[in-house]
Structure formats: C-alpha cells, structure tokens
Design a protein around this ligand. Structure first.
Ligand code: AMP
Ligand code: ZN
Length: 316
C-alpha cells in the first residue's frame, strides 16, 4: 500500500446532505439514535408536531365523516400472504419470528448467542407480519362486511409501518407512521375522492409554508418484471406524490401519496359494490415523520421560532 491510498483510507467519506441533516436531528435531540439506520426514538417536541399535524389532517377531512380504525402494526400472516405483497415488494417485508422450541433447543440457542453465532435460525415464523402500509389490514376487514352500501365506504387509518430500507436519510425510516384515508366504492366515487385530496393536500401543505410539487410516481416493484409494473403504474397515472425538499432540492421527498388501485384490491379480496360489481379503491397516505421532518427542515429545529401563521394552524 502506498502513502496515497493509506491516506485516502483514513479520511472519512464526505457526508451526504441527508446524513448531515440526520446528525443535526440527533444533535437537536429531535431523533434519538438506536444504532440502526432508519430506527429512531422521537422526542416530545417531535411527537407534538406529529400530533398537531394529525389534528390539521382531521380538520381537512372532517366533512367526509370517515370511519376511524386503528390496527396494530402487525397484520395476520395468512392475510399478508394473500395480499400479494411478496410478489411485488419482497425486499421490504418484515416478518415476526419467535422461539418455539423446548429446553434442549433453548440451550443450543444460548450457546449460539454466547459464541456470537447466528441464533435466529432457531426461531420460527409466527402468525404476525409487520404492516407494510396502513391500508393492508383494511381490505379483508371490509370484504367480511359484505357488499358495500350505495355510497361506498371511507376509512381513516393510522398505523406504524415497517419497510426494510435502512438508510442514512432520516426521511427513509424502517419504522414510521402512516395515516391514510381509504375510499372504497365505484370508479367514479374513488376517483372523485382522490381528486379532492390532491387539491386539499396541496392547500394543506402550502398553508404550512412548505414548498411543494406534485408529480407522477411509482412504487418500488421488485425485479425485472417489477420495472414493467412500475412503468405501467406511471403511464396510467395511478400514483401521485406530493414532494417537499427535505434533504435534497433535486430529489424532493414524497410526503403524501395519492393512489388509485382500480379494482386490484376489490378483486383480490372480493369486495363488491352495491350493484354487484368489483369495488374500486383509492387511498391518500400521509407520511407523518416525513411531514414533521419537512417542517423542522424549513422552519428550524425549535418550534418556538416557527412562523406564527404555521404555529397557529398547528396549535390554534
Ligand atoms: P407509499 O405507500 O409508499 O405511497 O407510502 C405512503 C407514505 O408513507 C409516503 O407518501 C411517505 O410519506 C411515507 N413513507 C413511505 N416510505 C417511508 C419511509 N421509508 N420512511 C418514512 N416515511 C415513508
Ligand atoms: Zn394505502
């Protein structure tokens, strides 16, 4: 090894803007490092912002009188398997495993732990999978209720979600909260719902004095076949995102998503409209941590210093 390469190897690589922002969030105590990228504690101040934003979303959605449901951050494995998630996003899924052996197995597990060897193989899959998107447990629940009423249905969901996408970008977490309004009904009903939230979402985020754009988007479908699915999703305008620069001007962060699934979930779960047709579905998703991060980025780490207008909207 010559001097040049030796020197190069000890100079730390320059930090990305995302990593620098993550350090700032740790230093301000807004996020708490756990040693795993994308898995953070949240401070009281951070949670206050999320709660206040939740209140604002509730105000914008109040007239629709959605039915609220809070699912835990896990979905029944049987339902997850049927959802097709492993076909589209195997790289993001997280399953819950537990030890189910006897005493001898326990001894060998402890020995592996002690020796620093892999002990996780001695666990087995439980009936629980981590929820990948707040709306996943909803569709089978709605299907069980029988045909939809004439006016369809509208739900208001909140859940912690898991996606295995470790990153130094604080806006790309492994465990984060999603609030979703989910509309289930005829194509006209669900498209009108998505249109109205595309409009409301922009007004709401602009009122918080955040710079935003709305653009066509696609989900990160896995593999070569996934590329085609992603292109098709874009070409047919099935997914839009509301983007706000958080760690990069060139690559702004998707803070809200507006998805039209056509009859994908309706057919999969056999959800029927009042007239017997397969139901169509659409959802608008709010990335709660991403919105909080956008606010901290643009208005500063101390909420006391935020513009009065924004504070008023959030805290009345
Ligand atoms: P999606 O189902 O991918 O459209 O996600 C819905 C919303 O959740 C997005 O608009 C984001 O705001 C948020 N979100 C998605 N992935 C993450 C992540 N890894 N970390 C934080 N928020 C996320
Ligand atoms: Zn959804």
């Amino acid at each position: 090894m010559n001097m040049h390469t030796r020197t190069a190897s000890i100079i730390p690589a320059e930090k990305s803007a995302a990593e620098t922002f993550l350090d700032e969030l740790f230093d301000a105590g807004l996020l708490i490092d756990t040693g795993v990228d994308g898995l953070y504690g949240r401070s009281g101040a951070f949670e206050d912002v999320i709660n206040a934003f939740n209140g604002l979303v509730a105000k914008y959605g109040a007239a629709d009188k959605a039915t609220a449901i809070h699912f835990p951050p896990g979905i029944a494995r049987r339902l997850f398997e049927k959802s097709g998630y492993m076909k589209s996003f195997p790289q993001l899924a997280g399953t819950v495993h537990s030890f189910m052996g006897g005493e001898a197995d326990h001894c060998s597990l402890l020995a592996d732990l002690e020796a620093g060897q892999d002990w996780t193989e001695q666990q087995q899959a439980t009936d629980v999978v981590l929820t990948p998107a707040a709306c996943y447990p909803l569709y089978p629940t709605v299907a069980k209720r029988g045909p939809l009423p004439e006016q369809g249905r509208l739900y208001d969901l909140q859940s912690y979600c898991f996606r295995h996408e470790p990153s130094k970008d604080p806006a790309r977490m492994q465990m984060f909260r999603m609030r979703e309004f989910v509309r289930i009904g005829s194509p006209d009903q669900v498209c009108a719902f998505r249109e109205s939230w595309l409009d409301r979402g922009q007004k709401m985020m602009a009122s918080l004095l955040l710079p935003l754009t709305v653009d066509l988007a696609n989900d990160p479908f896995f593999g070569r076949a996934g590329k085609m699915l992603a292109n098709n999703q874009r070409d047919t305008g099935l997914k839009f995102e509301l983007l706000i620069p958080v760690t990069s001007e060139e690559k702004p962060t998707a803070c809200l998503s507006f998805n039209y699934h056509q009859d994908h979930f309706g057919s999969l779960w056999n959800i029927r409209s009042a007239d017997g047709e397969q139901a169509h579905t659409a959802c608008v998703g709010f990335g709660m941590e991403r919105v909080a991060l956008a606010l901290f980025k643009h208005h500063g780490p101390d909420v006391e210093g935020w513009p009065t207008e924004v504070r008023k909207l959030l805290w009345g």
